[in-house]
Design a protein around this ligand. Sequence first.
Ligand code: NAD
Ligand code: ZN
Length: 242
Amino acid sequence: MDEAAEWLRQARRVVVFTGAGVSAESGIPTFREAQTGLWARYDAQQLATPEAFAADPDLVWGWYEWRRAAVVRASPNAAHVAVADIERHKAGTTVVTQNVDDLHERAGSREPVHLHGSLFAPRCAGCHAAFAPPGELPTEAAPRCELCASPVRPGVVWFGEALPAEALERAVQVAYECDVLLTIGTSGLVYPAAEIPLVAKRSGGKVIQINPAATPLDEESDVNLRGKAAEVLPALVERAFS
Ligand code: NAD
Ligand code: ZN
């Protein structure tokens, strides 16, 4: 912890790379946790595909609306707040997230890079026109595009789809340039996002991992801080900047 805090204190350029574990303590389930309630019989990895949406747009739309409603009800936790604190202390900080929620923004992060899109940016599946997100209450059927009548899809990246090029380029660039990359609450299994910490490592940056469990990134990390993001990250930030 002391060594990690010292690296963070001295860094000029910092990347905070986050996954579903950062939002776990806000009550947003990670992908690999068992689905609950209404959705218990569906496998998340089978709903999050272009094929699933083509076969049944309303089913997939409804699942994302259920997830979006859970995010609307949730609040940022101490980990999201600590990430925004790092940005305040270090102007050269960029947040790169795999999360499709808006909890970083709501904790005060400036323009996090969303590698996997957002639950709040639906668009037409046919002509790609942006669609105003529905209100707070979930809508059960996929809306239709006013321009071409195709179903509207969630603005997230599905398995088998390319990441938004601009977001990926920016993430690789800041990882390449950083002195320290914090990888927090990500299993490091979903590529190409999982390359981001490796880019930092190969270009001489220090990699600090925060996760209660072992991940494939353990070996690549200079320090592994085992524990929950909402406990470990505020402690690290406190030590680095007080
Ligand atoms: P993942 O589900 O594969 O891995 C989650 C990781 O978080 C695990 O390594 C786990 O050990 C760790 N973790 C669990 N609780 C934690 C805590 N309290 N503090 C710190 N770490 C904790 O998630 P991933 O790596 O982000 O990749 C899966 C994909 O699922 C992502 O691409 C993302 O788009 C999507 N997803 C997003 C959300 C969201 O936006 N909140 C939720 C579920 C899934
Ligand atoms: Zn359209």
